[in-house]
Design a binder for this molecule. Structure first.
Ligand code: NAP
Length: 337
């Protein structure tokens, strides 16, 4: 449980005056969800090319749990370590070299392993190129849910697969954070989408997101169902989960088809003869966020938020993540109660 005594000091609204200290959810050593505790920390200082964001919403994903566990631990980790790689908020200050953004702008951002600390905090300092105005049709809560998953989904569809109109794609593991968005981006490009999801509610969710056909990939033979949908095989597979079920998807891939997946799915698939295998990492940048913003508008993107926890319950959010079967995305409301 986090220290609630600091809550009195949480600002009720965003202001341009920045305090010297802030509330953050951080770890003092690597381990389980209960190690995430409340800390009073200095607000990060700003370099010339950086933006200070008063965070409204932080994303919670499997990669946060990996960091918490110490999976990507550097040789000399620096504690307390504030978790969180993405989120949305209001620009509180900009560095001397920043022209593109101004105090008061509503922005969202993705910053991997930021040495100045993550988004589970009232303030985060991020390189300006990794920060962008939120898409017009989103509020901060929904914008904060998608920097990582949105970039991952869009770059999977457009850059890794280069999906074209009328192509047939299997989106495997489509009921999670990235998959729910990837279905919509694939539809935006005019593709036909066969989605595999987890559980009955997962299947219902991916149908709502626009999948032409969907199956519970933990219960049915994916290859039989996908073959009925695409008797001549599918052009591409975008995988957000690995293992036997993914191998079933690959049985339906045309011999010269493409398989793309973000690094991190377990176990990672092996290349089969003839197939093009593209492994990728989501990339943040000015151009990348412009493309995401355009796609969010054009797709009228629906963003399923599975659960929203206040920052003081960040440990509980991680417990929920560990239980699995999260439909869509978990987020933290920085000023929630
Ligand atoms: N390298 C990068 O830049 C990058 C960026 C983002 C994400 N990633 C990786 O991409 C993957 C997806 O991320 P995410 O945030 O979307 O994860 P997620 O929310 O956990 O989504 C994965 C989904 O796949 C489902 N699933 C698992 N086995 C299935 C099966 N046999 N059939 C159908 N569905 C199945 C899961 O359901 P249950 O939870 O019910 O099992 C879950 O809904 C993760 O491995 C993540 O680490 C990498």
């Amino acid at each position: 449980m986090l220290d609630r005594t600091r809550r009195a000091a949480l600002p009720k609204h965003h202001s341009m005056s920045v305090p010297r200290t802030m509330f953050a959810a951080a770890i003092d050593r690597f381990g389980g969800p209960d190690l995430i505790t409340g800390h009073a920390l200095p607000v990060p200082t700003l370099d010339a090319g950086e933006v200070l964001i008063a965070v409204d919403t932080a994303g919670v994903g499997g990669w946060d749990a990996d960091i918490r566990d110490g999976l990507y631990a550097p040789r000399k980790p620096h504690f307390p370590l504030v978790l969180g790689f993405d989120g949305a908020g209001v620009v509180a200050a900009v560095g001397a070299g920043v022209r593109r953004l101004r105090a008061g702008d509503q922005v969202y951002s993705y910053s991997w392993q930021n040495p100045k600390g993550g988004f589970y905090a009232e303030y985060v300092a991020v390189a300006a190129d990794n920060v962008a105005p939120i898409p017009k049709r989103l509020d901060l809560r929904h914008a904060g849910a998608i920097p990582i998953t949105g970039l991952t989904a869009l770059q999977g569809i457009d850059d890794a697969l280069g999906l074209k109109k009328d192509e047939i794609v299997i989106i495997h593991g489509a009921s999670g954070g990235a998959g729910t968005l990837a279905i919509q981006f694939a539809r935006l490009r005019g593709a036909r989408v066969f989605a595999t999801a987890s559980g009955k509610e997962g299947v219902e969710l991916v149908q709502e997101m626009g999948a032409h056909a969907a199956v519970d990939g933990k219960r049915v033979h994916i290859d039989d169902a996908a073959r009925r949908f695409a008797p001549d095989g599918v052009d591409a597979v975008l995988a957000f989960a690995g293992g036997d079920a993914l191998e079933q998807c690959l049985n339906v891939l045309r011999p010269d088809g493409r398989l793309a997946h973000p690094n991190g799915i377990e176990p990672a698939p092996k290349k089969r003869r003839g197939m093009t295998l593209i492994r990728y990492d989501a990339v943040a940048g000015v151009r990348e966020f412009e493309r995401l913003g355009s796609a969010v508008q054009a797709a009228r993107l629906k963003i399923p938020i599975a659960e929203c926890y206040p920052l003081v319950k960040a440990g509980k959010a991680h417990q929920r993540l560990a239980e699995g079967h999260v439909l869509g995305k978990i987020v933290l409301a920085i000023h929630g109660t």
